[in-house]
Design a protein around this ligand. Structure first.
Ligand code: HEC
Ligand code: HEC
Length: 329
């Protein structure tokens, strides 16, 4: 066998084998993961304020109760539209020579996952009230109150943000409750937490262990469960009781818009948000657009509100709502 006696052939064969294997098991996978770990196209780096907010998130120990990872299991679907992937964290860089990257994935889920909280709860008013005292907006909450992030002032200054806190939670406070710079930064950081959509070029990510879609439960009229939709999308502010939060979020119980005739205004408020009651209340964000409501969802919510808490209003159909939503687009 000439091959085993020819050092040139032997060497070339060994070299080719080595290079080939190196490419397959090392270099190609590395290039692939370099691509996977690029920040997603529609994301931005944190602003200075958001970065300071992140530092406060770390120093206040929010990670003790909150994760920032949508796991690949169906039950996490409420926290994001897709499971989290490595690229979601690609903008996290080493802080400096001495401090490592602060990846805030977390492991305790005493509270909800915050990966997408900026989309789920975009109202700064809600975030401030909630941080000041979570019980003021979520009566059954076990989250601690972060009162020290707020200042009491006799009068509002020019750039002061007043936090609307119901009387019951203003124990011993006579002046105005104002958000400190720390609170502003922390809320800026929370609102920056939005799960980015994957670009079309990437394969979609699916959740595992999907539950069978339940046949449309309630309504009877072919609409989805309005009570459930209300509780997920509206109750954080207007409360399951429909009574709202005094001074912060208006009641829908006995409300003129809810029980009244102006369906166009009602649908517009749900889809586009509202500021018609200022200055008595803050701004309502465009909840319906963020949640991608279909006319059926909006009709189901309206019917739930019109038939709950003693409200008596005419029921609507998805067609009534669709006509208005088409106009809004
Ligand atoms: C002892 C556990 C605990 C700690 C510590 C904690 N939270 Fe929470 N958090 C909760 C619970 C429970 C909820 C759900 C009830 C509620 O909304 O208040 C919650 C809810 C939230 C929500 C609303 C999420 C949603 O989907 O509506 C935000 C935002 C939030 N927390 C931010 C923070 C921040 C910021 C910190 C640190 C300053 C923090 N939390 C510290 C337990 C905690
Ligand atoms: C982040 C808090 C928040 C969420 C979530 C929210 N709202 Fe509102 N809503 C408000 C605020 C604040 C106002 C008052 C806005 C203003 O000042 O005009 C308001 C006003 C309204 C009004 C008008 C009341 C009136 O008398 O003019 C209706 C109707 C309403 N919301 C329905 C809904 C429905 C339905 C949902 C769920 C799909 C919802 N809201 C979700 C905060 C919220």
């Amino acid at each position: 066998m000439d091959f085993f006696n020819n050092q040139k052939k032997l060497f070339t064969a060994a070299l080719l084998l080595f290079v080939g294997l190196a490419l397959v098991i090392c270099i190609f996978p590395a290039l692939q993961s370099m691509r996977d770990y690029q920040p997603l196209p529609n994301t931005k780096p944190l602003t200075d304020s958001e970065q300071r907010g992140k530092d406060i998130y770390v120093s206040e120990g929010c990670i003790a109760c909150h994760t920032q990872q949508v796991r690949n299991v169906d039950m996490d679907q409420v926290f994001g539209n897709r499971p989290s992937i490595a690229a979601d964290y690609a903008r996290n860089k080493r802080m400096n020579v001495w401090q490592n990257t602060a990846n805030l994935l977390g492991s305790e889920s005493t509270g909800p996952d915050l990966t997408n909280v900026g989309n789920r709860q975009p109202s700064t008013d809600w975030q401030y009230s909630h941080l000041y005292n979570p019980r003021s907006v979520v009566p059954e909450s076990v989250m601690p109150s972060y009162k020290w992030l707020f200042i009491e002032k006799p009068e509002l200054g020019v750039n002061d943000i007043e936090v609307k806190v119901p009387e019951k939670f203003r124990v011993g406070i006579t002046g105005k409750i104002v958000a400190s710079q720390d609170a502003k930064d922390l809320v800026a950081y929370l609102l920056s937490l939005k799960q980015a959509e994957l670009p079309k070029s990437m394969p979609p990510k699916e959740f595992l262990y999907k539950k069978e879609a339940k046949p449309s439960a309630a309504g009877g009229d072919g609409l989805p469960d309005g009570e459930n939709l209300f509780n997920t999308n509206c109750a954080t502010c207007h409360q399951t009781s429909g009574e709202g939060v005094p001074g912060a979020f208006p009641p829908l119980k006995g409300d003129k818009v809810v029980t009244g005739e102006d369906l166009e205004l009602y649908v517009t408020i749900i889809m586009k948000g509202y500021n018609g009651l200022a200055p008595a209340y803050g701004v309502m964000p465009p909840v319906g657009t963020t949640a991608n409501f279909k006319p059926e969802d909006v009709a189901a919510i309206i019917n739930h509100e019109r038939t709950s808490w003693g409200n008596q209003g005419k029921k609507v159909t998805a067609q009534d709502v669709k006509a208005i939503m088409d106009k809004l687009k």
